[in-house]
Write a protein that binds this ligand. Structure first.
Ligand code: SAH
Length: 256
């Protein structure tokens, strides 16, 4: 066992108050902090006196190797947005570590993932079973993504779409909508949540599967999309559309 340590830290959606105290502590005690420049920016006040390695998207393997090398002798925190285990850095770091045969103290610190952040701004769209799918075909072939979409929409549970759009894959979201329409009614609620729980750019749009074309241009790489299941409905307060409720089924057992 060597004397360094490695914390794989989820930073939550963005705003400082949504970072867990455990994550803040790991950053405070780290000698090296490694992560994407955009995730490190909100942490700036905590980084004084530390070695900070800012990396860019697409260099995850190099970043993982560098973190492990440093963690043999130093306290290292490698940070990801949301939860590091959900389309984040945790798996590649653990795979590289396993492959290297190095034994170090590793701690994975959970963060609030985009599905939770987005759901919180919509009410309660994910109250029972739900599924999460990334539309990024950088690491998963598009045909596999399509098979998964088809399987999930066929059982009528709410679906959270991560990575719905980026420059490299502008059509994947439209493909996902085609699959959804095979199984779900046009009245099915659908919401876009952009920059959830961040200081800038937060926006929520609630519509239906049948009308998604009117909002499709708003989908970007900072958006999480929630498509309701066959029991989900629009949540209203007075004349205002507030979000989405997916009942858990209490109405089958109780009168309220
Ligand atoms: N590890 C991250 C996900 C990284 S994949 C997590 O657990 O949240 C990147 C995708 O996550 C984005 O394309 C977007 O779909 C979603 N995302 C991450 N943060 C978000 C936020 N604050 N608001 C809306 N979507 C977000």
């Amino acid at each position: 066992m060597v004397k360094g340590s490695l914390a794989i830290v989820g930073l939550g959606p963005g705003r400082r108050e949504y970072i867990t105290p455990r994550a803040l502590k790991a950053i405070a005690t780290a000698e090296y902090v490694i992560g994407n420049a955009s995730y490190l920016e909100p942490l700036e006040p905590l980084l004084a006196g530390k070695h900070v390695i800012r990396s860019s998207m697409g260099k995850e393997v190099e970043r993982a190797k560098a973190a492990i090398d440093l963690a043999k002798t130093h306290a290292v925190a490698i940070v990801s947005g949301g939860d590091a285990g959900v389309y984040g850095m945790a798996s590649i770091v653990l795979e590289v570590l396993e492959h290297s045969g190095t034994e170090i103290n590793v701690e994975i610190i959970p963060g609030i993932t985009a599905a939770n952040s987005a759901a919180s701004l919509l009410g309660s769209p994910l109250s029972g079973d739900f599924a999460v799918i990334s539309l990024s075909d950088l690491l998963t072939p598009l045909e596999v993504i399509e098979q998964r979409l088809d399987a999930i929409f066929s059982v009528g549970i709410p679906v959270v779409l991560y990575n719905p759009k980026s420059r490299g894959r502008p059509h994947n979201f439209a493909l996902a909508i085609e699959h959804a329409r095979k199984y779900l009614s046009p009245d099915t609620p659908l919401a876009l949540v952009k920059n959830a729980l961040r200081d800038e750019g937060e926006e929520t749009i609630v519509t239906t599967l049948g009308k998604v074309e009117t909002v499709i241009d708003s989908v970007d790489m900072h958006t999480t999309v929630i498509i309701g299941g066959n029991e989900s409905r629009i949540w209203r307060m007075g004349d205002n559309v507030k979000g989405i409720i997916t009942p858990r089924g209490y109405h089958h057992k109780y009168v309220y």
